[in-house]
Design a protein around this ligand. Structure first.
Ligand SMILES: [Zn+2]
Length: 435
């Protein structure tokens, strides 16, 4: 009898809890099609139910009118899919205004305010989450993330790197200065030589509140004096970065064009290779075996980066040929089954044009569904945020976009979202009818 009572009590609690969840629904989003990116299936006649900032259900659309107070967003002939994720942005920078000396001419406040329209443009383009991989003035990106999370400014969810962990004169350093110029700490925050200094810088960044560590193991196109194919950092330095980051619960993203720099980072156990333009077959096979992501910014080559007045002839020459090489690497990586994540390096392309890269991925052999996965399920996995973004599933943030037509038939549809919702709030599109 006692046991029976307990069971009954348990059942009642169960029913009440369910009822409580159902009662909390604040918005219902309906569209002709919902794309389940994991299964690759289009659902029709379904709706997404939202409670506050989270999704509580994706279920067959209810025919009856819901209770009062629930906002109904009926998007009609559109396809609803998870909010997009760009795993490689620089919201603090603006490449169109970029020059090597630019970070020296701006205060932290100027850089922070400049980032506000960048963040908004990215969000309005349907990118509700970004991994922001570095800023020349340390931790401005962390401040932006906090401002967004507190609702002071509108922008995507951010996983910021805080600074560039790079060797003296390396790809992430401010170079091209006379030897007697000493930069203030904010402008050389991640510069480190030797494993001990690398550990110290990673610790300082972790204490500064970053969400990811960015290291550079090869030269870069836009850094004066650096050679994209050349190796930077030793095995010991890269190992120290990965080890120290792991202690702080952080993953490491590694910028690498050259094959040797990339393979050293792969051996050290980074989570992703950014760019990877000159990766060889051995490197790609190692990445597949270890489940390391490649984030190829193939759209960058198409964008008119040369239009930036700050790009010197030396920079353009050092980048020559890398675009074509990266496309070939992307094709190969896809054929081999290397996990791919959607990274544009936005700032080098105008903020808000991120989605133009989907068509470039398709041109490299990905199906539209695979291309969409790079910016949803795959990207979420790389960020370690698969519990909260990248899928329309109960418990995840109510981050979603809708596009006209079917993006599986034409991936360019993603370039113009008709509707963007982040955390249950409408950013683009109809704000719905409240009942
Ligand atoms: Zn970058």
């Amino acid at each position: 009898m006692h046991q029976l009572l307990l069971v009954l009590l348990g059942l009642l609690t169960c029913i009440c809890t369910r009822h409580a969840v159902a009662a909390e629904v604040t918005a219902v989003v309906r569209a002709a099609r919902i794309l389940d990116v994991e299964k690759g299936a289009i659902l029709t006649g379904h709706e997404v139910r939202v409670a506050g900032e989270r999704i509580v259900a994706v279920a067959p659309a209810t025919s009856g009118s819901p209770r009062r107070g629930v906002t109904i967003l009926d998007l009609g002939d559109a396809t609803l899919l998870p909010g997009l994720i760009d795993v490689h942005t620089h919201l603090i920078d603006d490449a169109m205004e970029y020059s090597p000396a630019a970070p020296l001419t701006r205060s932290g406040a100027q850089m922070a305010y400049r980032a506000i329209p960048n963040a908004l443009a990215t969000l309005r383009a349907g990118f509700t989450t970004v991994r922001d991989l570095g800023t020349y003035r340390a931790l401005v990106d962390v401040a932006l993330r906090d401002a967004i999370d507190r609702g002071w400014v509108a922008g995507p969810r951010m996983q910021p790197a805080g600074a560039y962990v790079t060797m003296t004169g390396g790809a992430g350093a401010l170079t091209g200065l006379a030897p007697d110029v000493t930069l203030p700490l904010e402008l050389r925050f991640g510069v480190a030589d030797g494993p001990d200094q690398v550990r110290q810088r990673v610790r300082a960044l972790a204490r500064g509140g970053v969400g990811v560590i960015k290291v550079l193991s090869s030269g870069a196109i836009l850094t004066p004096g650096s050679v994209p194919g050349a190796r930077e950092f030793t095995d010991e330095e890269l190992g120290a970065a990965v080890d120290e980051a792991a202690r702080a619960g952080l993953k490491v993203a590694c910028h690498a064009h050259g094959a040797e720099g990339a393979k050293a980072a792969i051996r050290a156990g980074v989570a992703s290779i950014e760019h990877g333009s000159l990766l060889d077959d051995e490197g790609l096979r190692m990445m597949k075996a270890k489940g390391i992501f490649l984030a190829p910014n193939v759209y960058e080559g198409e964008a008119d980066a040369a239009a930036s007045p700050g790009h010197t002839p030396e920079m353009l020459a050092s980048g020559e040929g890398l675009g074509g090489a990266l496309r070939e690497v992307t094709r190969k990586a896809h054929r081999l089954g290397v996990p791919l994540a959607f990274g544009t390096d936005a700032a080098v392309i105008p903020h808000g044009t991120n989605a133009k890269q989907f068509a470039e991925y398709v041109a490299c052999g990905l199906t539209p569904l695979e291309a969409i996965r790079t910016a949803t399920t795959n990207a979420a996995r790389l960020l370690g945020w698969e519990d909260r973004v990248g899928r329309l599933t109960p418990g995840a943030f109510a981050d979603m976009i809708a596009v006209g037509g079917n993006p599986l038939e034409d991936v360019k549809r993603l370039e113009k979202p008709l509707f963007v919702m982040k955390g249950g709030g409408v950013i683009v599109g109809p704000s719905g009818v409240a009942r």
